[in-house]
Design a protein around this ligand. Structure first.
Ligand code: HEM
Length: 603
């Protein structure tokens, strides 16, 4: 039973959709896009379970494809993106970790013939490292399939995967995807998120980090340690939550506890709980606003942004909610389309000092799963690292991947490492992602022949038997987008998924629903002032930054002073709890909103 009047979204996404309460919930299955006849876009060799291409595969080894198409040294001499900053890549990874975490398993070697799973086509899907490979030992490369979901509602006949986190954009990377997770992340009894030494990321024991005595960062999403750019982006939002909560505390004239009985259970909400939840609401609104209005325009071309109605309204509310829209992550968005960001990964994660000249170069490959860049010496490098990320270009969105991630993914601390592009290609086949041409058709585009790929045509023809075999991930990265954005196939898939995440989210920050809506003044203040640049300024203590942190500054003179960037007008959230502190349970029919109308006094 879902409370129809709840003011706050649940942490696991349950009941966001009152008609279909599990849609988008953590731990539910992913879905497939549907073609124009309503059939799922899925392609297993046997129709239900065997990876596309069969086993052993008739498709080329993914490492061979990667070696042939994606070598950094075969790309343009300057692979820096002239408009997108490294922070675009970093935010993209953070966002991916807000809405998709496919269940995977690990811990055994599928190439080991003595392993009980060795011959199990539902578990192992190894591929070949080619004989002439210059980096990895030729022969069997272990690959463990993402397991098939076996329980849950509406399981299709074909193999489907679980998404362990919510499909909503709900700052799950910060708050987690369950009540238990948020409890562990929140400073006990306060409205603050836990922090570690010197206001840094809190640490926990375990997790496989190589530095800091086996301690790893603790966050709402446990892939945080994958790369330091990701850890830094987590830290920024922990600090932003605590900054805003402290402001709300200062302007709240409350010292009350709200008690209520719901479904026969007694609950108490303290002043701290209310401030925590109100802050969470603002943070989620900021993340949604920044994603759709500042980040996505750096990924998609303008006509796609407009065609899919992705920009927020300039002012006021948006009524587009549809309870029949299933927000759930579409499988191929996760196996391929939103992995476009891997091509943006930079080889280095360096430090730029406040003179904007002095540079210390750190390589990505030496810093995987290692938080030292932002933890060492009480976080003394944080500012310099943030300055570099926001000042230095990302790599171009193209089929080339830097050596750090193509030849050395996780080489530190797990030698010999991996090839992220080869994994992406194999993952697509594992999860039944149809081929590139099928997606062209899905997006209303014509099929491509080898010749249509221009310079890459002979390379593709040297590895694939037919253009209809080309894997989505590699084919779509070979397409050219307007002004360096993703090409038309990924644009269509990314836009469709982000449209679902907006229309299918009852709590979307622009909703006018009187149970939880921001006032018009509040939502307009968020629209006017929420920016990642300002968040970086406030939480990292930078003096100067680019006004749009996803874009490259042309030089230092195009930077703005942090003090000149507007902040959200938090005085609009002044709370004044007085009078009755008893909240009536849902069953009585008295709406929570009624109560909040008198406790939230907008100035
Ligand atoms: C240094 C940066 C990054 C590293 C080291 C990294 C690494 C990885 C790894 C190891 C996987 C799992 C591969 C598999 O087994 O299938 C993965 C998945 C993924 N990555 Fe990244 N990634 C990075 C940046 C990004 C960026 C910038 C984006 C998007 C803009 C992104 C989007 C995704 C998505 C959507 C998945 C699928 C997640 C899932 O299904 O659970 N990643 N990444």
């Amino acid at each position: 039973q879902c409370p129809s009047v709840a003011r706050y979204r649940t942490f696991d996404g349950y009941c966001n959709n009152l008609v279909h309460p599990t849609w988008g919930q953590a731990g539910t299955i992913q879905r497939r896009f549907q073609d124009r006849n309503g059939n799922p876009m899925v392609d297993y060799e046997d129709g239900v379970d065997l990876p596309r291409g069969g086993m052993p595969s008739r498709l080329p080894s993914p490492r061979l494809v990667s070696n042939t198409i994606s070598k950094e040294s075969d790309g343009p001499s300057n692979q820096s993106d002239s408009t997108r900053s490294g922070q675009t890549m970093a935010f993209g990874q953070l966002m991916a970790h807000d809405f998709i975490k496919t269940k995977v398993i690990s811990g055994f070697d599928c190439c080991d013939a003595n392993n009980p799973n060795y011959n199990d086509t539902g578990v192992c899907f190894n591929f070949e490292i080619p004989t002439n490979d210059t980096r990895f030992t030729p022969g069997c490369k272990s690959f463990i399939r993402a397991p098939k979901a076996t329980s849950g509602s509406n399981l299709p006949a074909y193999r489907e995967n679980l998404n362990l986190i919510t499909s909503f954009i709900d700052a799950g990377f910060l708050y987690g995807s369950s009540n238990a997770e948020v409890e562990a992340l929140r400073e006990n009894g306060t409205y603050l998120m836990k922090t570690g030494t010197n206001n840094n990321i809190p640490l926990m024991t375990g997790g496989g980090c190589v530095q800091f005595h086996g301690q790893c960062p603790l966050a709402g999403e446990n892939r945080i340690a994958e790369a330091p750019n990701l850890g830094l982006n987590h830290l920024v939002w922990i600090r932003e939550h605590n900054r805003i909560a402290t402001i709300l505390d200062n302007i709240t004239d409350v010292n009350a506890t709200i008690s209520y009985i719901e479904n026969g259970k007694f609950y108490q909400e303290t002043r701290e709980d209310i401030i925590f939840q109100e802050t969470r609401r603002i943070i989620i609104a900021m993340v949604q606003h920044i994603t759709y209005n500042h980040y996505l325009p750096a990924v998609l071309d303008q006509s796609t942004m407009s065609a899919y109605n992705l920009y927020s309204k300039t002012t006021g509310y948006d009524q587009t909610y549809d309870s029949e829209t299933d927000v759930s992550i579409r499988n191929a968005f996760g196996t391929a389309a939103f992995r476009f960001g891997h091509s943006q990964i930079m080889n280095n994660l360096s430090f730029l000092h406040d003179d904007f000249v002095t540079l210390n170069v750190n390589s990505l490959k030496d810093n995987f799963k290692d938080p030292q860049i932002y933890l060492t010496n009480n976080g003394e490098n944080i500012q310099n690292f943030a300055r570099w990320l926001t000042f230095h270009p990302a790599e171009l969105i193209d089929p080339f991947l830097v050596d750090s991630a193509r030849d050395n993914l996780f080489v530190h601390p797990d030698p010999p490492g991996d090839d992220l592009f080869a994994i992406n290609i194999q993952r697509g086949r594992d999860q039944g992602t149809p081929s590139f041409n099928k997606w062209r058709e899905f997006c209303g585009l014509s099929n491509m022949t080898f010749d249509d790929f221009g310079n890459s045509s002979s390379k593709l023809a040297s590895v694939y038997a037919s253009p209809d075999d080309i894997d989505l991930f590699i084919g779509a990265l070979l397409e050219k987008g307007t002004d360096g954005s993703v090409g038309p196939t990924f644009a269509c898939m990314i836009a469709k998924q982000f449209q679902l995440m907006k229309i299918g989210d009852r709590f979307w920050y622009e909703r006018p629903d009187s149970n939880f809506a921001f006032t018009e003044a509040q939502v307009n203040s968020i629209k006017r002032s929420a920016s990642l640049s300002k968040v970086f300024c406030e939480t990292i203590g930078l003096q100067k930054i680019h006004g749009d942190v996803f874009r490259n500054p042309s030089d230092i003179s195009s930077l703005v002073n942090c003090t000149d960037l507007p902040d959200i007008d938090f005085s609009l959230w002044k709370m004044d709890v007085s009078g009755s502190t008893e909240r009536i349970g849902y069953a009585t029919g008295i709406s929570l909103a009624v109560i909040f109308q008198y406790i939230l006094v907008s100035l």
